[in-house]
Design a protein around this ligand. Structure first.
Ligand code: MTE
Ligand code: MO
Length: 421
């Protein structure tokens, strides 16, 4: 132990060491190397009383977190009411997307529906057509499940080449939420599906009259009709007061402002949406009914919107991985463009059809890097390279791009969306 009279001397020696301490244990600045006044002087927030408990009946993030917002890309869509914005993935930690940051995709603007005015109907090939109020629905057994929702068009602009500069824009049409709701199969059992009832047509109450065909097997498996997200009521932009959850399947089937499900014996011919959500192959044929979202991952930090700004030394790389087929089993990370792969550390819950958080800590030597991540799910699906995906699907596709993403890290720590071959 250090005696007290030796302490001053030791402290002076300590102050002279202005270099940062490298290595795994610490990357703090030596005292004296940075603005010491922040420690030695009384600051405003230390001196003046803050707001009282009545300042924010509904809490907001710190005013210093103004960068953590959804963003849209003006040229992508002509009209904000039939548009999309993107989750700021580079600003998130863990696996849950906060409600105010979940990307939005809607085709007719946000419907504002008072819950007492909302009705949900089941009709078609059922023994008893039924109409439910929100109160009625809340009397079925409730379930809580964390699921990702990914728009089939996520990463769609990247098919032909590196385009958008930031994981928010390349991969931000995904969110991951804990839903509370009731099993669709419980509601269907109440109505009694006839033996020839094979397909469901869920319909939204918004002006887009969004409809999708869903096979009965999926409905009887894990679909939920939900009224809450992350512990509170659904947000209006996410379908308040009621939305369909179709775990692992493409986002357009997760009908918001859900008002009706018709049971039929065959898939419906959709209006413009069918053609939109079909993958066009190079030979002109189209992939139809490509519902499951394939295994995918992206490095969120560092990335173009979140460069390395601490110089050389210990660097924490982090990202997200998910698969519509189940759990993510492993994530590999490369810092040299796929020449060498390292197994990343998955931290936090590993739930089926939910995003997984991964980390890879390394010492950056200040040289250029090519960062990549590659996810493998429990069914042994491996995330493909862009070249492999193009070879399989051609270049005309927009939907279901789950290819490996590359970020180029410059010697100054800045990052850029690139493609390498
Ligand atoms: N009623 C209705 N449901 C809808 C849509 C819509 O426009 N109207 N958009 C769909 C699409 S294409 C996607 S990707 C998801 C987006 O869900 P989010 O807004 O919660 O991100 O909702 C789907 N459900
Ligand atoms: Mo979508």
């Amino acid at each position: 132990m250090m005696k007290k009279d030796n302490f001053q001397q030791a402290r002076r020696r300590w102050l002279k060491r202005s270099v940062a301490i490298g290595g795994a244990a610490a990357s703090a600045s030596a005292l004296g190397a940075t603005s010491e006044s922040l420690i030695t002087e009384v600051q405003d927030w230390n001196r003046y009383l803050g707001d009282g408990v009545d300042a924010n009946p509904y809490g907001m993030p710190s005013k210093f977190e103004g960068e953590a917002i959804r963003r849209d890309v003006a040229w992508l869509t002509a009209d904000a009411k039939s548009s999309v914005n993107f989750t700021p993935l580079h600003k998130l930690e863990g696996i849950i997307t906060p409600n105010g940051l979940c990307f939005e995709r809607h085709h007719g603007g946000i419907a504002q529906i008072a819950p007492q005015d909302h009705r949900f109907m089941i009709n078609g090939l059922v023994d008893t057509p039924l109409v439910f109020t929100m109160e009625d629905l809340k009397r079925f057994p409730r379930h809580n499940q964390v699921y990702f929702l990914e728009c089939a068009a996520n990463s769609g602009m990247e098919w032909r080449g590196a385009q958008l500069n930031g994981c928010q824009f390349t991969h931000g049409m995904v969110h991951n939420v804990m839903y509370t709701g009731v099993m669709l199969k419980d509601i269907l059992a109440e109505a009694g599906v006839k033996t020839n009832g094979k397909w469901l047509l869920p319909e939204g109450a918004d002006p887009s009259h969004m409809t999708r065909s869903i096979p009965i097997e999926k409905a009887m498996d894990d679909c939920l009709v939900v009224f809450a997200m992350n512990g509170e009521a659904l947000r209006p932009e996410q379908g308040y007061p009621l939305r369909l959850v179709v775990p692992g399947w493409e986002g357009n089937m997760w009908v918001k402002w859900l008002r009706r499900i018709e049971v039929g014996d065959q898939p419906w011919h959709h209006r413009e949406e069918t053609s939109k959500y079909t993958d066009l192959l190079a030979d002109g044929r189209a992939r139809r009914f490509t519902w499951t979202m394939d295994v995918k991952s992206v490095i969120t930090n560092p990335s173009p919107q979140a460069p390395i700004n601490h110089g050389r030394g210990r660097t924490v790389l982090s990202g997200l991985a998910w698969s519509g087929h189940g759990r993510v089993e492993r994530v590999d990370v490369s810092i040299d463009g796929g020449r060498n792969w390292h197994t990343a550390r998955i931290d936090g819950p590993s739930l089926s059809k939910s995003v997984h958080r991964f980390y890879y800590e390394f010492d950056w030597d200040g040289r250029e890097l090519f960062l990549q991540s590659r996810a493998i799910d429990e069914k042994r699906h491996i995330q493909p390279t862009k070249q492999a995906l193009r070879a399989a699907r051609g270049e005309n596709s927009i939907y279901h791009n789950n290819a490996i993403q590359t970020w180029y890290i410059n010697t100054d720590g800045s990052a850029e969306n690139v493609e390498i071959s």
